[in-house]
Design a protein around this ligand. Structure first.
Ligand SMILES: *[C@@H]1O[C@H](CO)[C@@H](O)[C@H](O)[C@H]1NC(C)=O
Ligand SMILES: *[C@@H]1O[C@H](CO)[C@@H](O)[C@H](O)[C@H]1NC(C)=O
Ligand SMILES: *[C@@H]1O[C@H](CO)[C@@H](O)[C@H](O)[C@H]1NC(C)=O
Ligand SMILES: *[C@@H]1O[C@H](CO)[C@@H](O)[C@H](O)[C@H]1NC(C)=O
Ligand SMILES: *[C@@H]1O[C@H](CO)[C@@H](O)[C@H](O)[C@H]1NC(C)=O
Ligand SMILES: *[C@@H]1O[C@H](CO)[C@@H](O)[C@H](O)[C@H]1NC(C)=O
Ligand SMILES: [Mn+2]
Length: 664
């Protein structure tokens, strides 16, 4: 083996190069893995409100799903798991700035990300008392709250929370609350097993300037039992619940307490700002967000303007919200118990905010968000914690409890159209006590809640249509039966009322739904199945089988809004190329109809002609038409739905409403 020296050297360099390359590829794959984990569905906690921003399209909401990640700890060793690497650097994260991890620590950063589903290395570099900006508006800063505010017990439940994150939460509460208003801090450990949360935590809290008590659950029980335990020990006038990964900003507490002093039946939430799970930067969110739930009862943020109760234009006044995210809120301690506290049969996590939102409103209370109180929260894209009992089972049982007790007719709708839920789950829950509570408190029906507290809601209702919108190609049995029925209706030429159309299709509902051929009939639906709900989405028709996805299910209001789950509406959307060209040229290339956030806006109002079976835009008088168009990006020809001049002979403009059952 007598290779000359220069050849050996070449081989050696090649070898080195390959080594570096292999390492590089490995690092990239880890990076991809981590980012896929981060983007892959929902947190075990709450969806994140969009950050404060100016955009042409401000009516966005953020979508979260509940997707469990099995064995999240994988091959982390127990030393990894129990290590407390808190090593603050004085100016890191100051004024809520992001932390940049030095390149040499990047690999460790990615490896440790999954322990908490946030970048623990970033948090560990930030001092517990880091400074934040003042995120309040000038009006809020100037507001005086006077004396005689009630005192607060801050209750923080944690389960295997990272040291620096938990203690920064506590430190921010202590440093940014007036001492005389803060009665105590109550920590409830939901059976953590990380070693630093035992003795080390106990001795740390002993020397704090605010009395801080630590209670421990004997076994992992979840948010509701742990919060109930904390509340039992609280002595302040107001219970203030926080998550264990928050940072309170200046002036956060006074507005909450002042509102409860003013009216003890208000459950008041702060504005929830975003602490990045990646670099721990603190980003202010839009103060006018409000919350509600989608068809599957997942919490959603909305930012459309809402009608105010009062005519007073006071920008410091809290605004009502139909739903609460659940993590952060304050409530009068006695009122909490008068209203039935929590449903103690709800396990682990999830659904308790749904139950509380319905209960508080229906039983005479209010839920509001104070624009003057800002608390940051670390939003994660997955939950790092174990979920005893299985995430889907626990969550669906909790939701079934909430729906059964509070939603009247609408409980069936939720069970029929939520994956994992069914009337069968409902049979298995015992809600006797909660039903008795509802009776005792003489709570209002769910219909009252929808009509009065959430008039913009996108749920079915007795005066609305609920079902599928099929394209009447004239060939399928269902399409033929539908057209025949419509042609024989007396007065069809005169009536353009949706209400009349709803009645007519309802009278034949059973026939249509038995005739519908899920594969041959074509249903109106968004072009892409998996595109984010918040984006502008072109519309098409497709098989009617995507039933479980609820993609092709629509609610139509008597006013003519065509809505679907998550507050998405069929919207006339002027294409960039200009309308004139499109009108002249029937070979349109860009769709001018989109699915996007519902607003109170005439671009989303449509009418139905029972005589011609056309759906037309109310003001523009253009008809929904199914056309082949070339996708400018992929150059593929796709069928898209757009609006064009109405032509009663045109088969591509004919649509049928096929109602589906939603209540018993
Ligand atoms: C963890 O497992 C992955 C592959 O399963 C492996 O590449 C990695 O080196 C392991 N890490 C540790 C610390 O064992
Ligand atoms: C944070 O605390 C340290 C000592 O614990 C102190 O030196 C520092 O000044 C504090 N920083 C701020 C912003 O208060
Ligand atoms: C920090 O994270 C936020 C949100 O995740 C992101 O918008 C921002 O660009 C990040 N900052 C840096 C310096 O990476
Ligand atoms: C439901 O629970 C109540 C007590 O909360 C009990 O009296 C009742 O027997 C239970 N019903 C069933 C069917 O188990
Ligand atoms: C539309 O396209 C068809 C064929 O693709 C063509 O025959 C027709 O002339 C076009 N019409 C207009 C108005 O451009
Ligand atoms: C929608 O707008 C109409 C008139 O523009 C108004 O009467 C109605 O109250 C608004 N509805 C909501 C929910 O804001
Ligand atoms: Mn949380």
């Amino acid at each position: 083996m007598g290779l000359p020296f220069h050849k050996l050297k070449k081989l050696y360099i090649l070898y080195l190069f390959l080594l570096v390359f292999a390492f590089f590829m490995f690092a990239i794959s880890i990076n991809l893995y981590v980012s896929s984990m981060q983007s892959n569905g929902g947190e075990g906690s709450h969806p994140k409100p969009p950050p404060k921003r100016r955009s042409l399209w401000p009516h966005k909401n953020i979508v979260a799903h509940y997707i469990g990640k099995g064995d999240i700890f994988g091959n982390m060793t127990s030393d990894d798991y129990n290590m407390n690497q808190f090593r603050p650097v004085e100016t890191e994260g100051a004024y809520g700035r992001p932390v940049i991890i030095p390149p040499r620590d990047r690999f460790r950063m990615q490896r440790f990300f999954r322990l908490n589903s946030f970048n623990i290395l970033a948090s560990d570099r930030i001092p517990l008392n880091r400074t934040l900006k003042d995120y309040r508006t000038a009006e809020c800063r100037d507001k005086k709250y006077g004396s005689g505010l009630p005192t607060a017990s801050v209750i923080i439940v944690f389960h295997n929370e990272a040291w620096s994150v938990l203690l920064r939460t506590i430190t921010s509460v202590i440093n940014r609350s007036p001492r005389h208003l803060l009665k105590e801090i109550i920590l409830v450990d939901d059976a953590s097993d990380r070693t630093y949360l035992k003795r080390q935590l106990e001795s740390y809290i002993r020397v704090l300037s605010v009395p801080t008590h630590l209670y421990r659950m004997k076994k992992r029980s979840g948010l509701v039992p742990a919060r109930l335990m904390g509340a039992e020990h609280a002595r302040g006038d107001v219970l203030t619940f926080l998550d264990a990964h928050c940072e309170c900003s200046r002036g956060w507490l006074e507005p909450l307490l002042a509102r409860i002093k003013e009216s003890r039946n208000v459950v008041i939430c702060p504005v929830i700002d975003i602490i990045s799970d990646d670099n721990f930067s603190y980003t202010k969110t839009f103060e006018k967000h409000w919350g509600a739930f989608n068809w599957q009862l997942s919490f959603r943020w909305f930012s459309s303007e809402r009608k105010r109760d009062t005519n007073v234009k006071d920008a410091t006044q809290p605004t009502a919200t139909p739903g609460m995210a659940g993590g952060l809120f304050a409530i009068d301690r006695k009122y909490f118990y008068e209203m039935g506290a929590y449903d103690s049969e709800m396990h682990v996590w999830g659904g308790e905010n749904v139950e509380m939102s319905f209960r508080i409103w229906q039983c005479g209370g209010r839920i509001e968000i104070s624009p003057c109180s800002h608390v940051g929260h670390v939003f994660r894209s997955t939950t790092p914690y174990t979920f005893p009992g299985g995430m889907i089972d626990v969550l669906t049982t909790n939701l079934a409890r909430a729906a059964t007790v509070w939603m009247d007719d609408w409980q069936y709708f939720v069970m029929l159209y939520t994956q994992g839920l069914s009337l069968h789950v409902r049979e298995s829950v015992n809600v006797t006590e909660r039903v008795a509570l509802r009776k005792k408190l003489q709570c209002k029906p769910f219909s009252w809640y929808l009509e009065n507290i959430w008039p913009e809601h996108f749920f079915p209702a007795p005066d609305r249509f609920f079902g599928k919108i099929i394209w009447l190609d004239g060939e399928t049995e269902c399409a033929q039966a539908y057209s025949r029925h419509m042609k024989n209706l007396p007065g069809r030429l005169l009536s353009r009322e949706w209400k009349r159309a709803f009645e007519e299709v309802d009278s034949k509902a059973e026939e249509f739904t038995t005739l519908i051929d899920l594969e041959r009939d074509k249903c109106l639906r968004p072009l892409k199945e998996s595109a984010p709900r918040s984006s502008l989405q072109p519309v098409t028709v497709g098989d009617c089988t995507s039933h479980a996805q609820t993609m092709d299910l629509f609610v139509i209001t008597p006013k003519g809004q065509i809505m679907t789950n998550d507050n998405i509406c069929l919207t006339y959307h002027e294409p960039k190329q200009g309308m004139i060209k499109l009108l002249k040229n029937r070979n349109a290339t860009t769709s001018n109809v989109m699915m996007t956030q519902c607003t109170n806006d005439s671009r989303q109002l449509w009418t139905y002609d029972m005589d011609t079976q056309q759906i037309s835009h109310r003001d523009l008088k253009l008809c929904l038409t199914l056309k082949s168009a070339t996708n400018s990006r992929s150059q593929k020809t796709e069928k898209v739905v757009l609006t064009m001049q109405c032509d009663f002979k045109d088969i591509t403009q004919k649509w049928g409403l096929i109602p589906l059952p939603w209540r018993m």
